[in-house]
Design a protein around this ligand. Structure first.
Ligand code: NAP
Length: 246
């Protein structure tokens, strides 16, 4: 389904990003793995994907640094000739109630989750325009839609990412570039492993489908948005949350 396409996934050394990379590779796409410069998982992920029989390179870099992002996109074009799919997945949490939240925790989360995506979209838009099309997928969150006590920085960054998704869709649809967001609910990963049992139970009880999500559930939705099966969909937010918000 994605044979001959090239996909860049930020923060794809582990977790949801890695699952997305593996899924897109299984559909035939060449993959560019990205993660922070000190990541050890990223090289392993790249080797695993190469063994699947598609092209894969690893270009480490911090999405908050525009020069790193340029090197990521230029490196992908140099190796594979184009970029057809870009997944803004890199993201972090620094939770705390608002009255106690430090300015540095607000800035760090906004920088990685929102400005990082802006840097990437701005940079990848040019090669995609030259290529007369592409699909950009932003990893938002259900808390970007509904808000969440203890996550002022994170929920604002994801709400901003949803607005950025719609603006990107409006600015670039005439150039054949689609942009959509996936909003995961509670997905089992390193990010949610750090939550207390009380918080996990609260989410669990609120999920109509009666289970936490898997990284593969998110990867399947990204694959749909990356492919021509979603060719008439842009500017949308797809919640993958077992019915948590509806
Ligand atoms: P994760 O396991 O912590 O993975 C995040 C990845 O992003 C890590 O590989 C991390 O690198 C990388 N990263 C962090 N800062 C970066 C930067 N400045 N530049 C490049 N890469 C960077 O988290 P996850 O659960 O897979 O989450 C992936 C995305 O889904 C995030 O955007 C998250 O907000 C979103 N999401 C997750 C859930 C959930 O339930 N898990 C729910 C809603 C939304 P290191 O490992 O090296 O730190």
């Amino acid at each position: 389904m994605l044979k001959g396409k090239t996909a860049i996934i930020t923060g794809s050394g582990r977790g949801i990003g890695k699952a997305v990379a593996v899924k897109l590779a299984s559909l035939g796409a060449n993959i560019v793995i990205n993660d922070i410069p000190s990541s050890t998982y990223a090289d392993e992920a790249c080797e695993e994907i190469k063994a699947m029989g598609v092209g894969c390179i690893c270009i480490k870099g911090d999405v908050t640094k525009i020069d790193d992002v340029k090197a990521l996109v230029d490196g992908a074009v140099k190796e594979f000739g184009s970029v057809d799919i870009f997944v803004n997945n890199a993201g972090i949490t620094r939770d705390g109630l608002m009255l106690r939240m430090k300015e540095e925790d607000w800035d760090l989360v906004m920088n990685i989750n929102l400005k990082g995506a802006f840097n990437c979209i701005k940079t990848v838009a040019r090669p995609m325009m030259k290529n007369k099309g592409g699909s950009i997928i932003n990893m938002a969150s259900v808390v970007g839609v509904m808000g969440n006590a203890g996550q002022a920085n994170y929920s604002a960054s994801k709400g901003g990412l949803i607005a950025l998704t719609k603006t990107t869709a409006k600015e670039f649809s005439a150039k054949g570039i689609r942009c959509n967001a996936v909003a995961p609910g509670f997905i089992q990963s390193a990010m949610t492993d750090q939550l207390s049992d009380d918080v996990k139970q609260k989410y669990y009880d609120a999920i109509p489908l009666g289970r936490f999500g898997t990284v593969e559930n998110i990867a399947d939705t990204v694959a749909f948005l990356a492919s021509d099966m979603s060719s008439y969909i842009t500017g949308q937010v797809i919640c993958v949350d077992g019915g948590l918000i509806m």
